[in-house]
Write a protein that binds this ligand. Structure first.
Ligand code: ADP
Length: 259
């Protein structure tokens, strides 16, 4: 993989001991849901956590974290403070762009905006900065690799063949950038009937785990399809904070413990 000439080295103010990207090759597989819950789960365990929502075209952190405020300006011109929610620091295009404005931007504009998340946001000292990557293997991947290269990537996939095909492509892109794969999360692994408890392997439970094993990467865990997960996302309260001992909450906490 090569960088294009207009993509110069990005100045960065990130102040994190570890930078970890969360990636999925396809959109809609739950990458942002996993990113946000991982971030909040790690903060609950006492770590200083930041979340940089690198999905400039389709930002999700604003809604999933329930904080749509504008960022406060910093003391120097062209600087802003990250926002806070549920014990983490975050920045997202969703807090900057007007909700009504479609984000039809060229690659170079995405690169510039994303670079500013690194260079103009006054991140505090962090133990871990999670990068919620946009789907696919486009410009954002190169920008993040140039700005503050992740020390590893967590891959999110559903067990469906269509998602897994692209997942393998994404894994190759990170390998080309020398970013190690920390592990796979299988999301929407199965559907459990809330009435009778019957487990429906809708997308083929275990297929993402099998691919992780084939490729020699750790498997961090599986999350079911659960209305608690989508409802909590819509409510802006990460489900990892739920006091219930439901299978989803337990599974998410087990994933956080492995990271
Ligand atoms: P991505 O970041 O991969 O585009 P999101 O995290 O935005 O995906 O999730 C897409 C939608 O699916 C959201 O509405 C989210 O609430 C929902 N969702 C994600 N994971 C689950 C799950 N395990 N069970 C139920 N709904 C889920």
């Amino acid at each position: 993989m090569t960088t294009s000439p207009e993509q110069k080295t990005v100045q960065t103010r990130t102040n994190a001991h570890a930078v970890v990207a969360v990636h999925s090759a396809k959109g809609g597989v739950g990458k942002s849901t996993v990113s946000v819950n991982l971030a909040v789960g790690l903060a609950q365990r006492g770590l200083r956590v930041g979340l940089l929502d690198a999905d400039i075209h389709g930002p999700s952190a604003t809604l999933l974290l329930g904080n749509a405020d504008w960022p406060d300006p910093g003391p120097e011109p062209n600087t802003i403070h990250p926002l806070k929610a549920h014990g983490i620091h975050f920045i997202s295009m969703g807090n900057i762009a007007n909700k009504q404005t479609p984000l039809i931007w060229r690659g170079a504009m995405v690169h510039n905006m994303l670079s500013q998340f690194y260079s103009q946001v006054l991140w505090p000292e962090l133990d871990i900065l999670l990068i919620d990557m946009p789907p696919g293997t486009g410009d954002a991947l190169l920008t993040t690799a140039q700005a503050d290269p992740p020390s590893g990537v967590i891959v999110v996939s559903t067990p469906q063949e269509l998602s897994l095909l692209d997942t393998v492509r994404g894994v190759r892109a990170f390998r080309d950038l020398n970013v190690p794969i920390l592990g796979f999360v299988e999301n929407m692994s199965f559907l459990s009937c809330t009435g009778c408890g019957y487990e429906d392997d809708l997308f083929g439970k275990g297929a993402a785990e099998a691919v992780a094993e084939q490729l020699g990467f750790p498997f961090l865990g599986a999350l079911p399809i659960d209305s608690v997960i989508c409802d909590s996302g819509d409510a802006g309260v990460p489900f990892v904070l739920a006091r219930s001992a439901s299978a989803s909450v337990q599974a998410m906490n087990a994933i956080v413990d492995k990271v």
